[in-house]
Write a protein that binds this ligand. Structure first.
Ligand SMILES: Cc1ncc(COP(=O)(O)O)c(C=O)c1O
Length: 470
């Protein structure tokens, strides 16, 4: 492709994205295709000769776009958000254009130093204690794996990096913890049987006394407790584990505390919500995802550690071909995680924070919380529905309950969710809480306004009337 063709197409693509943002509501939120529909439309063998970009783009619109679910749609209320913003897309465009591979300081000093500074901005923005050091990981799953590996090394005096894991280490988290911890426990070599699920209270938050009992019991039985993962904003219900008592127990028993605030961390931008992180100064590591709720397009996960030396000692490698003359003076982020090669992710974050300012981001989150509270009030005000978890932030968990037995209620609510999502303008997802089929509505899209939330509730109530009649 000639540079002049790139320039022309690039302008058109930016126009296309701007139109996409503007006209998002004309798309159904969720792709309507069946499995295999897309593969059928794409040749199984690669093209022998190069094609003009116009033709490739036409196929993007014709073949692929119908198979895209529109996460940036204001009617996206499913899972947790993965919102973006014009500023982050422009930052990402520059990252792609520069094509810098930022494994060590020398391979892009700006990337290394901007990452250090912008992560410290984030630390201040959500009220994390001074002295924590930050690094960008691709996802919270990776950050949590880094925490588990660091905890493993700390608990074994860095022996397991040398000899493999020889002593029976144990890991603890609430029975509401995200599946990324199950995955991390497997990959880090602890073994699934070493993972203790601690019971939760009526708000679905970990019960500290139960944690301590488990630590003591395991210690007496010859296990070595290595890591506790506390969650601020659980995936199913948004529960907030109480960090202070959990942290105090971890300190007392010499166990690593990792805090997973993948979604809810962004809420700590608001001074009135900082209580969710009360006690975070007792944590050894902490993760939250600007790529969930902080308008920074996927992927961008902010991982903070109290002692970078432990992280680096866990991951460092020193092959001759990676050595540079400035290694003693700089941060080489290749040793702060799993991957060697790294994208210039700090750039989009820098664009986002500067473009919105802290106040702009706070205003968006505050509005989301107001809208979620409206939904909570509507659920509470309609006798056909019940709330299934406290609404701490932007997630509302509810179901229809007309008094039939639990099995039939699960069936009824499954049908309700199918009916809601079949309508087109909204997308909600589900979970189970204590065995109850639960519909989740998360407000977190950048473009979601009160009219969208009201529209969503109209869809929910119309679908409810239908399934109750059937
Ligand atoms: C609480 C929690 N932790 C971790 C994750 C995993 O996030 P990621 O996709 O960045 O690995 C999620 C995803 O929704 C989550 O809700």
């Amino acid at each position: 492709m000639k540079n002049e063709d790139f320039r022309r197409a690039g302008h058109q693509f930016v126009d296309w994205i701007a139109d996409y943002f503007e006209n998002m509501e004309k798309y159904p939120v969720l792709s309507r295709l069946e499995p295999g529909d897309i593969k059928k439309m794409i040749p199984a063998v690669p093209p022998a000769r190069g094609e003009a970009i116009e033709g490739i783009f036409r196929d993007f619109e014709r073949v692929l776009l119908p198979g895209v679910s529109h996460w940036q749609h204001p009617g996206w209320f499913g899972y947790f958000p993965a919102n973006n913003s014009p500023a982050s897309v422009l930052g990402e465009l520059l990252t792609a254009g520069l094509g810098a591979q930022c494994m060590v300081w020398q391979t892009s000093p700006a990337a290394a130093e901007l990452e250090e500074v912008v992560l410290d901005w984030l630390r201040q923005m959500i009220g994390l204690p001074a002295g924590l050091s930050g690094v960008i990981q691709d996802t919270a799953s990776t950050a949590t794996l880094c925490a588990l590996l660091s905890a493993r090394e700390k608990a074994t005096g860095f022996e397991s990096n040398e000899t493999g894991l020889r002593i029976p280490l144990t890991v603890y988290a609430s029975d509401e913890v995200h599946s990324s911890v199950d995955k991390g426990v497997k990959i880090a070599g602890f073994g699934k049987k070493s993972f203790r699920r601690i019971p939760t209270d009526g708000r679905f938050a970990l019960i500290p006394e139960k944690l301590e009992e488990a630590l003591v019991r395991d210690g007496e039985a010859g296990f070595v407790p290595a890591c506790v993962v506390a969650t601020v904003g659980t995936t199913s219900s948004g529960a907030i584990d109480p960090l202070r008592p959990i942290g105090e127990i971890c300190r007392k028993h010499g166990v690593w505390l990792h805090v997973d605030a993948a979604w809810a961390g962004t809420a700590a931008l608001l001074p009135e919500k900082r209580w969710i992180l009360d006690g975070v100064e007792l944590a050894d590591s902490f993760v939250f995802n600007p790529h969930k709720w902080m308008v920074t397009n996927f992927d961008c996960s902010a991982y903070f550690v109290r002692d970078p030396a432990t992280l680096v000692r866990t991951f460092e490698i020193h092959p001759e071909y990676l050595k540079t003359g400035v290694d003693a003076k700089v941060k080489n982020y290749r040793d702060w995680g799993i991957q060697l090669g790294r994208r210039f992710r700090a750039l989009k974050l820098w664009f986002v924070v500067r473009s919105y300012g802290v106040e702009g981001l706070q205003a968006m989150v505050r509005e989301h919380l107001r809208l979620a509270a409206l939904v909570r009030d509507w659920v509470e005000g309609d006798g056909r529905f019940e709330l299934l978890a406290p609404v701490e932030l932007g997630l509302v968990c509810f179901r229809l309950n007309d008094g039939r037995d639990e099995g039939a209620l699960n069936e009824l609510n499954l049908r309700l969710l199918e009916r809601i999502n079949a309508a087109g303008p909204v997308f909600l997802t589900h979970t189970t809480l204590r065995g109850k089929y639960t519909i989740r509505l998360v407000v977190g899209q950048r473009t979601t306004e009160e009219r969208h939330v009201r529209g969503a509730w109209d869809v929910v109530t119309a679908a409810a009337a239908d399934v109750l009649k059937a």
